[in-house]
Each structure stands twice: as C-alpha cells, then as structure tokens.
Design a protein around this ligand. Structure first.
Ligand code: ATP
Ligand code: MG
Length: 261
C-alpha cells in the first residue's frame, strides 16, 4: 500500500548543523502520529521538510505517491496537506471569520466547477460556519483574532488549517503555551473535527507526554536529527533507552511513568 506521507533518508543541514540525519518515516491513513524529542532534536525541521516549506539537503518526501520535496506549502495544500505552526501565525487585525474565510477561499479556488464564483460567497460562509462550529468559535466570529485568549488563538490556527479540508494535517505543538485544561480541550476538539471533516491522518509535534501517550497511535522519537524509535505508545514506554534519551524520566523496574519532556 502506498503511504499517505513518506520520508526516505532525509538529511537537512544548516551550515555545520545537521538538523536531520537520515530520517525515514511513513504515515498511513487512519493514523495519529506524534513526533517527540528534546529541544533542537529536529522536530520542526522535519515538519518543515514534510510540508514542503524546507527542501531537504538530500532524501525523498512523497505525499500520496508524488515526490513533493521542497514544492512549497501552496502546492501541497492543493494536494491535500495542511499545517499549523509552533508559533501562532494568525493575522492579528483580521476577525475570526475573516481568518477562516481566507483559508476556506484558498480551498474553494481549487474548485474546478464552472461558474464556481457565483456561489463562492455562500460556499465560503458555509465553510466558515462549519469550521467555527466544530472549533467552538461560532460566537466569536466578529472578534479581532488578536483579542482572543491564547487557547482560542491556538484553536483558530488549527481551525484555519482544517478549513483547507486537508487529507493530512501536520501540527507543530498545537497545545504549546496553553493551560493543561485548554490542552485537553484543543486535542478533543481537533480529533472530533478530524473525524467529522474526513481528515485521514494527523501528525503532530508535542512536548506534553500526557497528550502524546493519550492520543497517538504511533510515536516517532527524534534525537539529534535521527529517529531513535518509531513505535506504539506501549512499546515506547517499555523502551528504557528511549525513555532516558528523549523523555528524560526515571524508570523503575522497566516500567515508566510518562512525564513532561
Ligand atoms: N533556519 C535554521 N538555520 C540554522 N539552524 C537551524 C535552522 N532551523 C533549525 N536549525 C537548527 O537545527 C536543529 C534542529 O532545530 P529544530 O527547530 O528542528 O528543533 P526542534 O526539535 O523543533 O526544537 P524545539 O523543541 O526547540 O522546537 C537545531 O540545532 C537548530 O538550531
Ligand atoms: Mg520546534
């Protein structure tokens, strides 16, 4: 079976820094994959390479069987991939509705229907309403994005990616900088939205091990630009070397408690 998304022996260097040192990874339909690892492990670089933002120095990236290394986020969005960023990238002056409309419009422009423009306003409005409802932002549509609390800003950023109706969504720390309660809300919201909107796979970078172990089908542990482990949460927990190197948490008699990286 062709992987939805596949990286093969990807290297990325920045001058003397080898940010990715031969990373291979595949993501299949139906999977929720978390990328973990200490600061500087190469997580964001990997997401940037997978989403076409950063061309790899060598190696291959395929999305639905097509070579997409370095093609850029706009073309990848047309192919069905969307992402959110580690730092929230919303335009502060736009309202919540306009922020979602920008994403929905860029998707609808891909439509090949004749006379699509005639129904575009109504289609954009419908898409904005649908995504806003799924992300609990429907009563904040007219607010300027900058006035939202941090948890809602993160939700809006993720919701904008969903408004592209992607097959695969990649998120760099979707819950960073928010409270523990907000983290759980964000995760439950986005998993529910993914099911409702037909998103076929989710890849996230996440530091919070409660979230990682609670939601992932598979965990990819990066360390110094290499894949240290690629396994189920149970297998990762049982691997003392991974736990020590990546999670930095104490092991007792081979059993571990997930902690915070
Ligand atoms: N644009 C860049 N120019 C130079 N070096 C870079 C660049 N981007 C990343 N690096 C270096 O590559 C390595 C991996 O960085 P990356 O941001 O991918 O790590 P990360 O795992 O996302 O870390 P964090 O947990 O802090 O977000 C680091 O040594 C970093 O300094
Ligand atoms: Mg990062």
């Amino acid at each position: 079976m062709t992987a939805l998304l596949e990286a093969t022996d990807v290297r990325k260097s920045y001058g003397d820094t080898l940010a990715l040192d031969g990373v291979s990874l595949r993501v299949d339909a139906g999977e929720f994959v978390s990328i973990i690892g200490p600061n500087g492990a190469g997580k964001t670089t990997l997401v940037n390479v997978l989403t076409g933002l950063t061309p790899p120095s060598s190696g291959r990236v395929r999305f639905k069987g097509t070579d997409v290394a370095g093609v850029g986020p706009a073309r990848l969005a047309r192919l069905g991939m969307a992402r959110s960023f580690q730092l929230v990238t919303i335009f502060p002056a736009l309202s919540v509705a306009d922020t979602l409309a920008v994403a929905a419009l860029s998707r609808l422009r891909r439509s090949t229907r004749p006379f699509a423009a005639l129904s575009r306003d109504a289609d954009v409005r419908a898409a904005v309403d649908e995504v806003a409802a799924l992300f609990g932002l429907h009563d904040k549509l007219e607010r300027a994005a900058r006035t939202l609390p941090q948890g809602d800003k993160k939700l809006l950023d993720v919701a904008s990616a969903f408004a592209l109706r992607p097959d695969v969504i990649l998120m760099d720390e979707p819950t960073s900088g928010v409270s523990t309660a907000d983290k759980t809300t964000i995760m439950q919201t986005l998993v529910h939205a993914a099911q409702r909107m037909g998103v076929r796979a989710i890849v996230q970078v996440e530091h919070d091990m409660d979230i990682v172990f609670g939601y992932s089908d598979r965990i990819v542990a990066l360390h110094q630009g290499r894949v240290l482990a690629d396994a189920t949460p149970d297998a990762i927990r049982a691997d003392a070397d991974v736990v020590r190197a990546v999670l930095g948490i104490a092991t007792t008699q081979g059993r571990t408690q997930p902690g915070r990286a």
